[in-house]
Design a protein around this ligand. Structure first.
Ligand SMILES: Cc1cc2nc3c(=O)[nH]c(=O)nc-3n(C[C@H](O)[C@H](O)[C@H](O)COP(=O)(O)O)c2cc1C
Length: 199
């Protein structure tokens, strides 16, 4: 049985509809999110797997209307700021570059970005399960964001996640309105190959 979300999402193989129902809107409704609800979503991210269970991911969050949100929003690039300011929450995803060994040394953790990406995936699906939409953004000023968060040494910034209830696309600037649909995916055979990556 194929699972479809119209348009243009059709799963080639049977999967939980959650996976194709999650998408990244830019239009958010006026709803606010409580700290308690946001913690439930970050809790999903907390349970992501990581190399040696180091859990290198870090999150900095703000709720619309508070100073943290305003500071994070101000560090977004203009093309994202134009819509992401309507989100109920902004969550910065980063990671710690090193891990502590049992001997007490601090060594590079080459999996920090991979694991932070896994945590973002859990966050996005956890949010969707609770009826919230998310939209990740790589478009932000890293220096400005680092300053806004008082980012400690030895940490990387990856993305900012806008979270909110899906809104009405007509509120978006015209150029973004046409893009406000769930995107398709290439066929699985072009992504996964038996014994080798597909050409
Ligand atoms: C790391 C990352 C960075 C992204 N950066 C931006 C961004 O700066 N602005 C934006 O509008 N969308 C951004 N996106 C959203 C992607 O374009 C979107 O997730 C992708 O097209 C797939 O669509 P879907 O999430 O609706 O399935 C980003 C997504 C990821 C995962």
């Amino acid at each position: 049985m194929n699972i479809a979300v119209t348009p243009p999402r059709i799963a080639d193989h049977p999967i939980n509809p959650l996976f194709i129902e999650r998408w990244s809107p830019r239009a958010f409704a006026a709803d606010t999110v409580s700290k308690a609800d946001l913690m439930e979503i970050l809790e999903a991210a907390r349970w992501a797997p990581s190399a040696i269970n180091v859990q290198p991911w870090r999150f900095a969050w703000g709720l619309r209307g508070d100073a943290a949100f305003t500071a994070i929003e101000a560090a977004l690039l203009p093309g994202n700021r134009v819509w992401a300011g309507q989100a109920a929450a902004l969550v910065v995803v980063g990671s710690k570059l090193t891990r502590s060994t049992p001997e007490g040394a601090e060594v590079a953790n080459s999996f920090h970005a991979f694991d932070a990406g896994t945590a973002w995936g859990f966050l996005a699906l956890g949010a969707r399960m609770k009826g919230w939409a998310t939209h990740a953004m790589g478009g932000f000023d890293h220096a400005k964001m680092a300053e806004a968060l008082s980012l400690p040494e030895g940490h990387a910034l990856h993305a900012v996640v806008a979270l909110g209830k899906e809104g009405d696309a007509t509120q978006l600037p015209e150029a973004l309105r046409a893009r406000e649909v769930p995107s398709p995916r290439r066929p699985l055979a072009q992504t996964a190959g038996h014994g080798r990556f597909p050409a």
